[in-house]
Design a protein around this ligand. Sequence first.
Ligand SMILES: Nc1ncnc2c1ncn2[C@@H]1O[C@H](COP(=O)(O)OP(=O)(O)OP(=O)(O)O)[C@@H](O)[C@H]1O
Ligand SMILES: [Mg+2]
Length: 380
Amino acid sequence: MTKPALAPRPKDGENDGIDIESIFNAMATAIVVVDADDAIAYVNSAGEQFLQGGAEYLQGRQLDEMLPFDSKLFSLIRQVRKEGLAVSEYGVTLESPRIGRHLVNLQAAPLLDTPNAVALTLQQWSIADKIDRQLTHRGAARSVTALASMLAHEVKNPLSGIRGAAQLLEQNATPDDRGLTTLIREEADRICDLVDRMDVFSDSGPLQRDAVNIHQVLDRVMQLAKNGFGRHLRYNPIFDPSLPPVLGHRDQLVQVFLNLIKNAAEAAPSVGGEITLETAYQQGVRFTVPGTGSRIHLPLRVSIIDNGGGIPDDIMSCLFDPFVTSKPQGSGLGLALVAKIIGDHGGVIECDSTPKRTEFRVMLPMAEKTRATEAEEGTP
Ligand SMILES: Nc1ncnc2c1ncn2[C@@H]1O[C@H](COP(=O)(O)OP(=O)(O)OP(=O)(O)O)[C@@H](O)[C@H]1O
Ligand SMILES: [Mg+2]
C-alpha cells in the first residue's frame, strides 16, 4: 500500500502519538499567541520563562501588562492585523520591570483560523551573537591600526615642515599676511592633533595591566565632565561599593569612560539632561568566543546611560567603526578608540539605544580571582 501524499490531520493536540503541545514546549523560542484584543491566548514554556509567569497566570491577561504598549512588538502586531502577512524584525530591545531587558528577533504572523489573532515568536540573542558583534568591532579597530601607523609616518613629518615654514614667514610678514601664516600654523596643529589621536590605535605591544579601582576612574571622569563639557547635566552615580578591582590600564580606562560620557553629554538634552553611571558585579557571566572555544570571564559591568535622543538608526550597525559620526565637528574616532581599548583589555562593549535612553555597557575582567569565581569557573 502506498502512503497517502498528505498525512491525515492529527486529532486534537496529537500527532501520531506525539503531543503537539510538548513539541512547542520543547522549543527554545518563546511562542505567544494574542487574541483580537491583545489578551494572551497561548504561551509555550519558553514564553512562560520570557514573560516570567506560568501559562495559567498569563492566559487571558493583556500583553501590555507585561510589556510597554509603545514597544516595537505592538506596532508589529498592528501591522500584521492590517496587512494580514507575517513580519519580522531583527535585534529589537524589549524591556519592562517585569521581564527585564532582552535583545530579541521578533516574528509576528496572523493565525489563519482566528481573525485578528497573532502568533508571536521571540528568539533571544545569544551571548555568541553579542560577542560576534563585538568581535566585528575589534576588526574595525584593527583596520584603523594600519591607517594610524601610515598617518603617523607619512603625514606628521611634512606637516612639521609646513608648520616651521609658516613660523619663519610669520616673522617678516605684514600684518595682513600674518593672518594667513597663523591660519597655516593653526590648521597644521589641528591635523597634528588628529594624527596624535589616531596614534593610539597603533599596536604598542601587550598592555601593561594592574588592579584598577574603577570607581576612582569614574569619579575622575565625572569631575572632568562636571567642570567642563558636561557642566549643564545632572550626574547619577549608582556604584556597587563591594566591586573588586578591574584588571586594566588606568589611563586607558579613563579615556574609555571620558569618550562615553562625552558622547552622552553631547546627546543629553540641555534642559533636564542626566547621565547615570552604574557599576555592578555579575556572577556567572562567561562568554565562549565563537570559533575558538576559549572562555572569557567578565564579571564587572559598567553602564553609562543618558536620556538623549538615541543613536541614529542608520549608524547603529557601524557605530564602532572609525570616522562614523553624525556631528558636524565630530571625527568619529571616539567609539573606535573605545572598542580598541576594551578589546585590548579582553572586555566586551554593547549598546542599546531607544529615544530618551541610550546605554553603553562595558564588561571587564577583574584583577584577582576570588574563591567564589574560581569555583564558578571550575564548573562545566
Ligand atoms: N550616547 C549617545 N547618544 C546618541 N548618539 C550617540 C551616543 N554615543 C555615540 N553616538 C553616535 O555615534 C557617533 C559616533 O560617536 P564617536 O564618539 O565615535 O564620534 P563623535 O562623537 O561623532 O566624534 P568624536 O568622539 O571623535 O569627537 C556619534 O556621532 C553619534 O551620532
Ligand atoms: Mg565622541
